[in-house]
Design a protein around this ligand. Structure first.
Ligand SMILES: C[S@@+](CC[C@H](N)C(=O)[O-])C[C@H]1O[C@@H](n2cnc3c(N)ncnc32)[C@H](O)[C@@H]1O
Length: 442
């Protein structure tokens, strides 16, 4: 739940929005759900930010719906709020099926907040789409179960997750349990980057539960600009088709939300292998004192660790790294008094002491750890910051990836005037560029 003070702000906004819309001539919106959806966004832009699904993101979702085959008929929405996206789904279905939409073309939108439900019902009526858009009061999971029990929903073409992120995964899994997905159904989730729905994202990116006969997902993240900054919409396409090959098949590159799926036979591969062989699972950055200052997962494939585990890993790795540096033998240097003549061309040292095996290059310490499921590569900067990258063990050298990460770190963390050295890295531009670059590689 949103904190009480936020609930009050939402309630206040809903009242103001109602006044704003109903103070305009009804003819502006009659039979025009697009005009009403736009007016809600205008209100949000002019009078104060509201947590609505903005038009830039809507364009991405609309393109996926318009391309869907067969055409969408049943849309579920988790999180109605002031009805901005519900009106848009209704408008899209009308655009696809015509003004007189068939009876089996419906949007069901769910919200436990009675104030939002009442406002949205009035707005839906104002735009004349009450035959298509049905606003149900209650948590999405309960409303959906009721619709299925009543036989009103038997299949779902698109489900939109825009409520509280902690419910995304369980509500997606409810749709699976109720066997509502068909081949090509779409799961569209907003704000999977911020505030973030990591369990949901990991699940769809891994292709689903992986259970025999279960639905699979091909998932793609779309970064959009708008609102208060960039934000990601995740579009996952459901498939049931299987490929008979027992060989490892990397995921296909996806250029559109309706891209087809590539599967391996159940049990034939590990979840790590099901991902792109150039997969980067996660990155952690450790400061020179051994403190964890950054941790991010990019791909599912490895079990998640708790924050505490990451902290322990950072501290332990730091200690082990220091010990491995000191294990490296030092080679005694020859002195000028040495009876052994130095061969021409060698830089024979002239003082007593020790050198590293490769003079001039300091010992590196532990650089790689490998299991059959992942490879951990460490890069330590001259100032002692360590970058630990977890990748698929079948991938080749990660040097170029590490170089790019370091370049992005230099550009967006070190040059950030608000970043304090050795402190946790909270630089949104670094996250964004890193995520976008890694996504672009897959
Ligand atoms: C981000 S807003 C939705 C924005 C809306 N889709 C739009 O574009 O206007 C989130 C809404 O989810 C609702 N919500 C919270 N928990 C929910 C649940 N379990 N099921 C459905 N809706 C929920 C909240 O009351 C809130 O109104």
């Amino acid at each position: 739940m949103a904190p009480d003070n936020l609930q009050e702000i939402f309630a206040q906004r809903a009242v103001e929005l109602r006044e704003y819309i109903f103070s305009q001539p009804a003819s502006n919106f009659k039979s025009n759900p697009w005009a009403l959806a736009d007016a809600i966004e205008t209100f949000s832009n002019e009078k104060g930010h509201m947590m609505i699904f903005r038009s830039k993101k809507l364009d991405v979702a609309k393109a996926a719906l318009v391309a869907q085959q067969p055409a969408p008929r049943t849309i579920l929405e988790f999180g109605t709020f002031v009805g901005k996206s519900a009106l848009a789904w209704g408008a899209i279905l009308r655009d696809i099926h015509g003004e007189n939409v068939p009876e089996d073309v419906n949007v069901y939108t769910f919200d436990p907040n009675p104030l939002m439900v009442a406002l949205t019902r009035d707005l839906v009526k104002l735009a004349g789409v009450e035959d298509v858009v049905h606003v149900l009061e209650g948590p999405g999971s309960e409303c959906l179960q009721k619709l299925v029990d009543e036989g009103k929903v038997t299949s779902v073409d698109m489900a939109f997750f825009d409520h509280w992120e902690k419910f995304y995964l369980s509500d997606l899994q409810l749709i699976e349990e109720l066997k509502l997905w068909r081949e090509g159904s779409l799961a569209i989730a907003d704000n999977t980057d911020m505030p973030g729905a990591p369990d949901y994202l990991a699940y769809v990116k891994a292709g689903g539960s992986g259970a025999a006969g279960a639905v699979k997902y091909e998932s793609k993240s779309y970064e959009t600009q708008g609102g208060r900054g960039p934000s990601v919409v995740e579009i996952s396409t459901a498939c049931y088709k299987r490929n008979n090959s027992t060989h490892l098949r990397p995921r296909l590159h996806q250029h559109s939300s309706s891209a087809s799926c590539a599967f391996a036979s159940p049990g034939a591969t590990t979840s790590a292998q099901l991902t792109n062989p150039r997969t980067v699972f996660s990155l952690i950055i450790i400061n020179k004192a051994g403190g964890l200052i950054y941790q991010r997962e990019f791909q599912a494939g490895l079990h998640k660790l708790s924050t505490n585990d990451y902290l322990v890993l950072a501290g332990t790795f730091h200690g082990v790294h220091a010990i491995t540096r000191s294990i490296t033998p030092k080679i005694p240097l020859q002195t000028t008094a040495s009876p052994v003549p130095s061969s021409p061309g060698t830089n024979a040292p002239s003082t007593s002491g020790y050198s590293y095996p490769v003079p001039g290059i300091p010992v590196s310490g532990l650089e790689q750890l490998e299991t059959d499921k992942f490879r951990l590569t460490c890069f330590q900067t001259l100032t002692g910051t360590k970058f630990l990258l977890f990748t698929d063990p079948v991938s080749g050298s990660v040097e170029s990836i590490m170089n790019k990460i370091y370049e992005l770190y230099a550009d967006y963390v070190m040059k950030n005037p608000f970043y304090q050295l050795e402190m946790p890295v909270r630089c949104e531009a670094f996250d964004r560029h890193l995520g976008a670059w890694l996504r672009g590689r897959t």
